[in-house]
Design a protein around this ligand. Structure first.
Ligand code: DX5
Ligand code: ZN
Length: 219
């Protein structure tokens, strides 16, 4: 049975106070912290890299859900394993060798995830699903927080649910982008069970916002 998990994205937090922000996320009862890694190449923006993740690691027991928006992610897997990633999710569009890259993540003892940009079809991951613990459906174009949820992605989530059942698999389905107290209900109804939220959580009181999301999920 897949359980619902909330993953506040630290992209929307105060970068000068990661330790405090991590404590707030932990106190909110969130299962994950979502760490957005952007290289200024695969996506136009630059965020932070493995050294910053490593420096956060001693300050939190949260599951580190690392979303790599980087070109050729296979070149960075070792660094993020050493940094303490618990889940490493890479874009199908970012690697010429997605199958090998996912194998490498799992061989390192880290949970492997694959991400689809809004324009990328489900068929692009049909033959690698046995290798993943999580499929992330982008519900905005990656690179920036604070964008509007793209409702057409709900169909994509439903398609993945059907494919997962057909293959007898049990990976999590995560959504990322524009998740708030309204869109989380739509994503859950479509079949997602891991919910990333950046600006919604950090533009208010973290504990209160996460509690509201949880109420909607339990509602
Ligand atoms: C976007 C990132 C997201 C981002 C979501 O490229 O992958 O994780 O933090 O931010 P919101 O929740 O503000 O859309
Ligand atoms: Zn993300």
């Amino acid at each position: 049975m897949l359980t619902n998990k909330i993953a506040p994205s630290i992209l929307a937090a105060d970068y000068a106070n990661f330790e405090t922000e991590l404590k707030k996320i932990e106190a909110s009862g969130s299962e994950y912290v979502h760490l957005d890694i952007m290289d200024g190449h695969f996506v136009p923006n630059i965020s932070f890299g493995a050294d910053v993740v490593a420096s956060m690691r001693p300050h939190s027991k949260l599951i580190f859900d690392c979303h790599l928006m980087v070109a050729n992610p296979e070149n960075h897997i070792d660094n993020f394993v050493r940094a303490g990633a618990d889940i490493m999710t890479i874009h199908v569009e970012s690697s010429q060798h997605i199958h090998g890259a996912l194998q490498k993540i799992r061989a390192a003892g880290v949970k492997a995830g694959v991400v689809l940009n809004p324009g990328t079809p489900v068929s692009s991951i049909a033959h690698i699903l046995e290798l993943v613990d999580q499929v992330l459906v982008m519900t905005v174009n990656p690179g920036f927080g604070g964008q509007a949820f793209i409702p057409e992605m709900l169909e994509k989530i439903k398609e993945i649910v059907v494919l997962r059942a057909a293959k007898g698999l049990s990976f999590d389905i995560e959504v990322d982008g524009g998740i708030d107290d309204k869109t989380i209900a739509l994503a859950k109804a479509a079949g997602a069970n891991v919910f990333v939220a950046g600006s919604y959580v950090f533009k208010g009181n973290v504990a209160e916002r996460v509690a509201t999301l949880r109420e909607v999920l339990n509602g």
